[in-house]
Write a protein that binds this ligand. Sequence first.
Ligand code: NAD
Length: 248
Amino acid sequence: KKIEHKVAIITGAGSGIGRAAALLLAQNGVKVVVSDINESHGHQVVNEIKSMGADALFIKADTSRASDHEMLVNKTIEVFGRLDIAINNAGIGGPLAPTGEYPIDGWQQVIDINLSGVFYGLRYQIPAMIENGGAIVNIASILGAVGTRFSPAYVASKHGVVGLTKAAALEYANKGIRINSIGPGYIKTPLVMDSLDKDTLDMLVGLHPIGRLGESSEIAELILWLSSTQSSFVNGAYFPIDGGYLAQ
Ligand code: NAD
C-alpha cells in the first residue's frame, strides 16, 4: 500500500463518486475526512469505513463557503495531525435551460459550488500541504473539455476547474504538491440517475462508445492513483475517464 498513513479530505463524500473514493482510499490505509453538506449521508459513509476497521471522520461543510474550507482544513489537522490529499469533488448539475433563458440565481449557485468551491478548497488545502507536500485531485467532467446543450453554468464551471487546476499546478510543481483534474463521462450516481428520465439515459449511453455509463468505483480507481506516489510525475493534467466519449 503506497498510500498508507496519509490523511485525505474528500468533499461531497456522502454520495456517488466522493463516497466511492472515500471507501477506496480508506481500504488503502488512508485516514479519510468525509465532508458533505448532507449530514446523514456523511455519517453513513463514515460508519461504512469504520466497519471495515479503518479510520474516518465526518465534518459538515458547505463547499461554496470559503470559511467552511478553512474550518475543514483546521479540524483535519487538529484531529489527524496533517493533510496529504484533497479530493475537491462536491458538485451539482444545476438547472437545465438554454443560455438565453438560464436562471440568473441558478448560474450563480452552480459557479459558487462547482468552481468557487474548488478554488476555496485549494486556497486552504495548499498552505496545509506546503511543508510535507501533497496531492490534490479536482473533479471536473467531460464537460470540462466539450460543451453540451442546456447546462451552460455546469459546462463553464467544469472548464473553469480544468483551467484553475493547471494554473495552481504550475505554481506548486516544484514545491511537492501535485494538482490534477479528472473528467468523468456520465456515471451512475444520484446526480445522473435521479434527475434524468429513461429516454435521456438511453441517449446518454449511446454517447459512450463503450456502450454503458460508468460506475463510481471505476472513477475512484483513478482518484486513488492520482492521490498516491504511483503518479509521482503527473501534474497539472486533465484525465478523461469516459468510456471513449471524448474520442469521437
Ligand atoms: P452526487 O450527487 O451523487 O454527490 C454529490 C455530493 O456532493 C452529495 O453528497 C451532495 O450532498 C454534495 N454536495 C452538494 N452540494 C454541496 C455543497 N454545497 N457543499 C458540500 N457538499 C455538497 O454526485 P456525483 O455524481 O457523485 O458527483 C460528484 C462530482 O463528480 C461532481 O463534481 C460532479 O459534477 C462530478 N461529475 C459527475 C458525473 C456523473 O455523471 N455523475 C460526471 C462528471 C463529473
